[in-house]
Every structure is written in C-alpha cells, then in structure tokens.
Design a protein. Structure first.
Length: 196
C-alpha cells in the first residue's frame, strides 16, 4: 500500500456515494492530476468503472467508496484533500492538491530543491491571484536566494513589497540558518527589460 495521504471528507464521500449509486455496480472514483509537476497542474475526479482499473493503480479505501489513483498522479496527490462544501452559493466539490505542481521533496533534498518546493507550493499559489509567479534562479554561496518574478509581477511596483514582506520573510523563516536573504534577479536591470 502506498503512503499517499488523500483525505476525502465525510461530506465528499457522502456526495460521491450518492452519485455512484446511480452508476453501474462496482463503480468507484478516480482521483488524478492533469499536467502533474507543471504550473498548469489540475486535480480532478472522475468515475472509475471496474473495467477501467489498471494494474498499476493504487486503491485508497474509504468508508463509503474506493478511490483509484494512477501511478503518475500518485506522488503529486500527497496531502491532497477533497471536500464537499455547502454555502450560500450552493454546494461544490473542492479539490486541494498542494503537491500537484511539484511532488513533495524529501527533507534531505538539497537546499535549492527544498526552497524551490516551498516557492512552488506556498509562495506561487498566493501570487497566482495577481497573475504572477516566482521562480528560483540560484542560491549563492553565501545563502542568498535569487528569485525572478514572472507574469503579472514583472515590473509591478508591488514586487518590492511582496518580496520583502512576504516571500523573504516566509523563506527566511522556513530555512532559518540556511538562507540569508532573498533578492530579486531583476533588481539590477529594472526598467531596461520591462516587457509590455
């Protein structure tokens, strides 16, 4: 059995089991990631009739159903959560897959891999609302993380604030004693290469 931990809340299981009751006998659900490991990764759920189960699938058994996950999606679904939320707007299924864009890195991975992971899974989701993203360019010998802003962040005057207050604070806190500073790679050529 794999150790991937996908949480399907009781409300979501309830919701799925109602839907599955209308499907042919033996149908379960499949949880998958499209474009895993990329910025466009999306987590999805579909019906999984018995004949669609592959030998390489992992079966995750829940109280009311089984969820099948294909081999490729598995590492990207670590810590994923499927919930069914009801609010004023009605009911909707929410899929959170914090590792869909990048598989979880081991604690003993190199500093650059671990920083990259935090940027992809924690920093970029916050910037996505502004249409921007950050990528790690390098980590200098003296522990300075050089990052580049892309998308809506390029040439945006909020970059300094975002970098200093948000990203730098977050990264220095998580990598205390390893990182000394976070710098914007475009700082030294601001203005010359702004794309419009």
């Amino acid at each position: 059995m794999s150790n991937t931990t996908i949480t399907i809340t009781e409300a979501a299981q309830e919701h799925f089991s109602k839907l599955l009751a209308q499907q042919p006998e033996g149908t379960n659900i499949r949880v998958f990631v499209v474009n895993p490991g990329t910025q466009n990764a999306e987590c999805g759920v579909s019906y999984c009739p018995p004949e669609a189960v592959e030998a390489t699938d992992t079966e995750l058994t829940f109280e009311k159903l089984s969820a099948y996950v294909d081999e490729l999606s598995l590492p990207f679904l670590e810590d994923a959560q499927i919930d069914y939320v009801t609010d004023k707007m009605g009911s909707q299924l929410t899929l959170k897959a914090p590792n869909a864009k990048m598989r979880k890195v081991a604690d003993d991975a190199s500093l650059i891999e671990r920083v990259e992971y935090v940027i992809q899974t924690q920093v970029n989701p916050q910037l996505a609302g502004h249409g921007g993203h950050v990528s790690l360019v390098e980590i200098t010998d003296d522990g300075m993380a050089i990052v580049a802003f892309g998308g809506g962040c390029n040439g945006c005057s909020m970059v300094d604030v975002t970098l200093k207050d948000g990203i730098e604070k977050e990264l220095l806190q998580q990598f205390e004693g390893e990182l000394t500073a976070v710098r914007d790679a475009t700082e030294h050529d601001r203005g010359e290469h702004s794309y419009y």
